[in-house]
Design a protein around this ligand. Sequence first.
Ligand code: PLP
Length: 439
Amino acid sequence: MRIRGTTAAEIAGSVRDQVASGELAPRSVLPPVRVLAAELGVNRNTVALAYRRLVEAGVAETRGRGGTVIAAVPQLAREGVGVGGDAVDLASGNPDPELLPDILAVAGRGHYRQPLYGVPAVDAGLAEWACADFAEDIEQPFRTLVAHGAVDATERLLNAHLTRGDTVAIEDPCFLASIGTLRLSGYRSAPVQVDGAGMRPDALRAVLEDGARAVVCTPRAHNPTGASLTEERVAGLRAVLADHPQVLVIEDDHFSAVSARPYYRITPPTTARWALVRSVSKFLGPDLRLALVAADAETAVRLEARLSAGTTWVSHLLQHIVRELLLDPGVLELHERAREAYAHRSGLLVDRLHAQGIKVPYRPDGLNVWVELDVDGRSAVEALAQRGWAVRPGYLFVRDPSTHQGAIRVTSSTISEPQAEAFAAELAAVVAELRTTGS
Ligand SMILES: Cc1ncc(COP(=O)(O)O)c(C=O)c1O
């Protein structure tokens, strides 16, 4: 490694050249500041500034005493990971395919004409549906846009308002894709503790007072815990956010149409920049890659600019299909059934676990049940895998793996009564076994 330069820009540029040529591989440790400063005959502050710029640009990372190292593309945990062998899949976080509509059956309906460049980005019929839906929950003026799913919307919204190194408040535990988005975009995450009623106001206040510039919050069916905000909790969160009106608030209402809980809005009227994101993945299908977004005028303009520079627009063919699905009475009936089925299945699992003496802190909404065991969660996941049950360890969803050590996430979206019964018995056996081995 031969780093050159006498100014911070030249030194940083030289490191970047070597990263580009492969001379500096991911995870290579850069020389200590004082060593490089002596070698180049420059002030230590110049090298320190160069390293800071590399970190801000995402080229390097600081590892405390481990020095400054070249960044690698982060390995991110994802939803829907494959389950090996014959294991019963209670791990995927997926909706039940039987509760998703037949997309092709409605795709040919209605009027669709090939749009050409220059068409408005949002399908007029879909915008009308979305505006009416959002207007039931939003008392402020808003604009409606369409993005490629909730994860895409969240990433673009954050990038529209924040810069690398900014801090974003997220739930702890948290949805995997939000953790991934923050890491990939170079934001710091500020975990906000979640209990049975969602984000805790005191924890949110602490991270906002510490300088967080945005909050991403799931109002109901929180993934992984299943928590939904109560009216009382929302009042507390609104009061905290009202004291920080400059903070961007993103609400990820991903389970909207099939949630068994009401939506309570956490964004107070004083918040200047906000968005409410409603993905259709959980009730029309994840392959549609579409989310409806309501936002204040400035945020909408910025999001629109980011969308048009990236994907230009979300295909009108997809928007057309989503509109036809949302207007179809059969699909609305399916949503009723899905809402009942998901609530029934998670309730079933919780009841069977309780019957086995396994505590689930609260009755969840959504596709998953979060279980806190008094033994090690990773060991429980391994032991369950040997018995033919796939679930996910809780540490994947938390910022500090030393917290929630006994947690596991169990996807209940397709679980049957006999499966819930058998799984609860197996988990109880695993817990008893681990207790005797002291894990
Ligand atoms: C909290 C949360 N938000 C959003 C989504 C869906 O994201 P997308 O619309 O990108 O498919 C999921 C899916 O698991 C989720 O759990």
